[in-house]
Design a protein around this ligand. Structure first.
Ligand code: NAD
Ligand code: UGA
Length: 454
């Protein structure tokens, strides 16, 4: 099928590349000329395992193209995927300006039946706003265009960064919301053909009305964020009462009604989605005079949890960290990505520096992105306090302690003798509970995990 993807970011590029891999003819549009130039020169703007190979293979086969040409993008695909960003507005609600701009572009140029597929995460009711914006543009073009047919469907994306290609290619579900007008049913049939390769062994698609599909996306992210905040709150209590949250996690996860996934206590959730989607769902509720008390707590707990590593440093080394140096492993908001959006490392670094410390940092892939983002977070003289190191062991020299923020695989079995030899004190503050406290004690390491003060 001929498909246009509007927005070539994490979701757009992965969606475009994976749909091309299935044999479709994909046109990826972006307003960012540098991104498009990079892709056309064989580069890739994000770190995502497996993505570079899929993009290269499909570019070589002529199944995927990258452009900033709006008219050509609208002409290309009968299916027009909108995968642009939906960042938080000043009040936390989803900013739909990019989504609506994309819809207007389609209305300005379309000629013949189009299906607009909302893949961006958008609040309930957005499909109606997309249809209205598009219809408005058609109206401006006069009578002939005003009657052009289109349908808006909701097809939210559930991929995780760091596993995006795998998640897209092996989805545990595909959610599609469509209307029941003739255009809506025609759109449903086209979506059925598009996603048929994923449904060969068993049906993975859940068909529903548009609003339920839009809602499903927020419900999923809000539920996952809730589990994490719940565990973080219990972990903080476990620290007080002398229990091990890791034992508790196994103990409750074995109940199939609870399950093992997404129960890891840590340094708080980050990333481009949980924080903004939890907020946006709360704002939606407020618009309907309802308050989502649970989500308010989820958010508050997460804001506090992002400070947990700073708190543990202060508990151990005092509030005044002037003249002290710390080693930090892991900057990205999670492993296997260079994404620094809402990363807990940013909160920790700011706190350490504001308290007078200097920091040596290492991340396997996010160093460049971290430099960019931290230059925005911090004043130039604060940024100078951060030493970006080329290898994890290089960060340890003369440091009071090693603080682990992101659970990269490369950090899981380090040479503890080397760590001890390089650090000033054999102290590890582990924000992801990578190590066994008993083993650490046996090795002579003073170990502070999250919720593990047994
Ligand atoms: P992103 O910021 O990485 O990419 C968005 C892209 O859209 C940018 O390259 C931007 O230049 C481009 N863009 C903006 N306006 C445009 C326009 N009018 N025409 C063409 N291109 C335009 O964002 P993302 O992380 O891919 O997220 C996109 C959406 O998908 C969001 O709603 C997000 O909530 C949702 N989502 C993201 C993830 C994820 O893991 N990142 C997962 C599921 C859903
Ligand atoms: C999340 C969802 O998992 C995806 O299904 C969804 O599509 C996506 O948001 C989105 O809408 O953008 P992502 O943010 O890429 O994906 O990454 P996650 O693996 O969910 O991790 C998010 C954050 O939660 C990370 O900071 C991670 O460290 C933290 N986390 C995750 C925990 O603290 N504990 C856990 O048990 C799991």
């Amino acid at each position: 099928m001929k498909i246009t993807i509007i927005g070539t970011g994490y979701v757009g590029l992965v969606t475009g590349a994976c749909l091309a891999e299935l044999g479709n003819d994909v046109f990826c549009l972006d307003v960012d000329q540098r991104k498009i130039d990079l892709l056309n020169n064989g580069g890739i703007p994000i770190h995502e395992p497996g993505l570079e190979e899929v993009v290269a293979r499909n570019r070589a086969a002529g199944r995927i193209q990258f452009s900033t040409d709006v008219a050509a993008s609208v002409a290309h695909g009968q299916l027009q995927f909108i995968a642009v960003g939906t960042p938080p507005d000043e009040d936390g609600s989803a900013d739909l300006q990019y989504v609506l701009a994309a819809a207007r572009n389609i209305g300005r140029h379309m000629d013949g039946f189009k299906v607009i597929v909302d893949k961006s995460t958008v609040p309930v009711g957005t499909a109606d706003r997309v249809a209205a914006a598009l219809q408005d543009e058609l109206g401006k073009r006069g009578d002939a265009a005003a009657g052009s047919e289109f349908a808006v469907v909701s097809n939210p994306e559930f991929l995780k960064e760091g596993a995006a290609v795998e998640d897209f290619m092996r989805p545990d579900r595909i959610v599609i919301g469509h209307g029941d007008s003739p255009a809506g049913l025609r759109a449903r049939d086209l979506m059925k053909v598009l996603y048929a390769p994923f449904n060969r062994n068993h049906e993975r698609t859940y068909w529903m009305d548009v609003r339920s599909a839009e809602f499903t996306k927020y419900a999923a992210n809000a539920m996952l964020a809730t589990r994490i905040s719940f565990m973080n709150e219990l972990a903080n209590l476990a620290d007080r009462v002398g229990a091990d949250i890791e034992a508790v996690r196994h103990g409750i996860g074995s109940d199939p009604r609870i399950g093992h996934s997404f129960l890891y206590a840590g340094a708080g959730y980050g990333g481009s989605c949980f924080p903004k989607d939890v907020q946006a769902l709360e704002r939606t509720a407020r618009q309907y005079d309802q308050e989502l008390l649970i989500l308010r707590a989820v958010e508050a707990v997460n804001d506090r949890q992002k400070q947990v590593l700073g708190r543990k440093v202060v508990q151990r080394f005092g509030a005044d960290l002037a003249g002290k140096r710390f080693a930090v492993w892991g900057l990205a908001f999670k492993p296997n990505t260079d994404d620094m959006r809402e990363a807990p490392s940013r909160v920790l670094l700011r706190e350490l520096i504001e308290r007078g410390a200097s920091v040596a940092v290492y991340d396997p892939v996010a160093m460049e992105e971290a430099r960019r983002v931290l230059a925005l977070d911090l004043a130039p003289e604060q940024l100078e306090k951060i030493d970006f190191k080329a290898a994890p062991m290089d960060a340890l020299h003369d440091a009071e302690a090693l603080v682990i923020v992101t659970e990269w695989k490369a950090f899981r079995s380090p040479d503890f003798d080397q760590i001890k030899a390089r650090l000033k004190n054999p102290v590890i503050i582990d924000g992801r509970n990578l190590f066994d406290p008993a083993q650490m004690t046996a090795l002579g390491v003073e170990y502070h995990g999250i919720g593990r003060s047994v």
